[in-house]
Design a protein around this ligand. Structure first.
Ligand SMILES: CC(C)(COP(=O)(O)OP(=O)(O)OC[C@H]1O[C@@H](n2cnc3c(N)ncnc32)[C@H](O)[C@@H]1OP(=O)(O)O)[C@@H](O)C(=O)NCCC(=O)NCCS
Length: 185
């Protein structure tokens, strides 16, 4: 182990607040999903790098859903915490909230999980410090992160292996009721 250290969740907790300006809008007048994704990546990076004490990279993103639109003029706050640490990776949980500053109307728009890995100056993966869990919620989130890591791994393996040996006939049968046409030119 490179790191024998443990750090508190609160040591790396990060909140980023940004005003949604008109240039962030899509053709429908709402904020582009990509703007929010970029802010999520930024806050995940800050939180992960504070915990790891090193440069970090984004490995995977889970649970991003845009269930209610964010409006131009809203204040968007992204609250990030390290929920889980493995050997070299961390799962950062992000809660996204949008508030209309005039009406003070508030909505929770999304919660998602960014897996970040720590690297050294040579681009090699390095061990991250452990996590001190100080309450039941942090313990629960750590266990959920462990579960998410295992499910994500199984999902990747399933996707890779599941259909690779199937014949064209079997694949065509699978999509016979879908909106797709197989036309080889
Ligand atoms: C992701 C990356 C670090 C994996 O490297 P690797 O040599 O395959 O190393 P490993 O398989 O040991 O994975 C390293 C860690 O990432 C985790 N990991 C790897 N792929 C993952 C995935 N698809 N989803 C979630 N976690 C993943 C592993 O579980 C491991 O975690 P642990 O050490 O805490 O147990 C490497 O592919 C990389 O650097 N990718 C580029 C990342 C980048 O530049 N992102 C910026 C966006 S452009």
């Amino acid at each position: 182990m490179e790191h024998e250290t443990y750090q508190r969740v609160s040591d790396s907790q990060t909140t980023l607040t940004e005003l949604m300006i008109p240039s962030y809008a899509n053709f429908g007048g709402k904020v582009h999903g990509g703007i929010l994704l970029s802010l999520m990546d930024k806050v995940a990076y800050v939180c992960a790098t504070k915990h790891a004490g090193s440069y970090c990279v984004t490995v995977a993103v889970d649970g991003v859903e845009f269930l209610s639109p964010v409006e131009v003029g809203d204040l968007v706050s992204l609250k990030a915490s390290v929920n889980y640490v493995g050997r070299t990776s961390m799962i950062v949980g992000i809660r996204v909230e949008a508030t209309n500053p005039k009406t003070r109307q508030y909505k929770h728009t999304n919660s998602c999980y960014f897996t970040m890995a720590a690297k050294n100056e040579h681009g090699e993966l390095i061990d991250v410090p452990g996590l001190i869990l100080e309450n039941e919620e942090q313990l629960r989130r750590f266990c959920e992160g462990k579960h998410l890591k295992s499910i994500s791994k199984q999902k990747r393996e399933l996707l890779k292996s599941n259909l690779s040996g199937d014949s064209i006939d079997a694949l065509l049968k699978l999509i016979q009721n879908d909106k797709a046409q197989y036309i080889v030119g």
